[in-house]
Design a binder for this molecule. Structure first.
Ligand SMILES: *Cc1c(COP(=O)(O)O)cnc(C)c1O
Length: 354
């Protein structure tokens, strides 16, 4: 830290992203990316003409992209705002709606805490119940910004939309932000509830199920007034927040829903196969509706397993927080990648028993 940095920023811990190693090739199961490339339509859309047009600023409203999203999702265009990844929209949400504080689970996406600290939002920590279950009765009458990842990260466990509707009803003076980064892998979206609750905001990303993590694209959906709040902040921070190439890629991706449905189905299949194989080896695996598994084994700690896998060329994610330090989070890749992962685990666990 230089002596020029203000106290407000030198005091907080930044988010630590999962490793993106540039040295050797790993079987990369650590940041929940898709093992599949974007749709061929995306490749076609990013052509020489688009490169030519890069001298021009992009549409700050993402008009064409929002129009295709609105048509696909059955929403109004003014119920949508696009972001440079959903992380950016989460940051806007803490700025817009955090003045009364924010509440979220003790075990959830680590960025929420970082954003709260960054924007000086007071945090109410709501511990998950035993078995990492989120209980909607723990969120009654809080009336502040409530942030819930559904499915949750890194557990993969999901709530029903009616439970989130209940939380929205019970907090009329707070915004309920549902982060649906993983919803396409078998959970139910809250998007159909937006018309009914003026305090419900749903955020989704193109990074996971739509194979565009490198393009940085997400969207927030909510009633027009909520979206106006976020847009005001967007226009103050970065009016041209979504690049031309990303807007084109997003439109093309919207046009190939079937391709992504098939990929999501393959990933769910590989997830369930992998979970069964881990259970057969004595692992405890949480019930996942996401593109990752959260698992532990009584015979080896999370950090040790992470290291042993890394030595064998397989990257997974380990979190040091007390309540989850025995677990590893495994992103679900292709069936071939999962077979290689399981072979490595078998080798490691074999060595332990011997
Ligand atoms: C991956 C992830 C995001 C971030 O998505 P980007 O659109 O890539 O910024 C947001 N929330 C959760 C819970 C995630 O896991």
């Amino acid at each position: 830290m230089s002596r020029f940095m203000g106290a407000r920023y030198s005091m907080f811990d930044a988010y630590t992203p999962g490793e993106q190693p540039q040295d050797r090739r790993y079987i990369k199961l650590n940041t929940n990316e898709s093992p599949y490339p974007p749709s061929p339509k995306v490749r076609q859309a990013l052509n020489a003409d688009e490169v030519e047009a890069l001298r021009l600023y992009p549409d700050p409203e993402c008009g064409a992209l929002r129009a295709s999203m609105a048509a696909q999702l059955g929403l109004d265009e003014n119920q949508l705002l696009c972001g440079n990844g959903s992380d950016e929209l989460l940051s806007f949400a803490f700025m817009a709606w955090g003045s009364r504080g924010a509440a979220f689970a003790d075990v959830t996406y680590g960025l929420y805490r970082v954003l709260a600290d960054l924007h000086q939002v007071k945090v109410t920590n709501v511990p998950l119940r035993d078995g990492f279950a989120l209980d909607d009765r723990d969120y009654l009458g809080l009336n502040r910004l409530i942030v819930i990842a559904n499915p949750n990260a890194p557990t993969g466990m999901a709530l029903k939309p009616r439970q989130l509707a209940y939380i929205a009803e019970q907090n009329p003076d707070g915004v309920v932000l549902v982060d649906e980064a993983y919803v396409d892998f078998g959970a139910e979206s809250c998007l159909p509830l937006i018309g009914r609750y003026d305090n419900l905001c749903v955020v989704q990303t193109y990074s996971k199920s739509r194979s565009l993590a490198g393009a940085r694209l997400g969207f927030a959906a909510g009633q027009a007034e909520l979206i106006r709040d976020l847009k005001k902040i967007k226009n103050a921070i970065n009016p041209y927040n979504v690049s031309r190439l990303t807007q084109r890629a997003g439109i093309a991706a919207m046009e190939d829903e079937d391709y992504y449905l098939l990929n999501a189905r393959a990933i769910m299949q590989a997830r369930d196969n992998t979970a069964r194989a881990l259970q057969a080896m004595g692992f405890e695996v949480l019930p996942s509706r996401a593109n990752f598994l959260f698992a532990r084994h009584a015979g080896i700690g999370g950090a040790a397993l992470y290291m042993a896998l890394k030595k064998r060329g397989v990257l997974v994610r380990h979190f040091g927080a007390e309540r989850i330090k025995d677990y590893i989070r495994i992103s679900v890749g292709s069936q071939e990648q999962m077979t290689a992962f399981l072979d490595a685990v078998r080798e490691i666990m074999g060595g332990i028993k011997a």
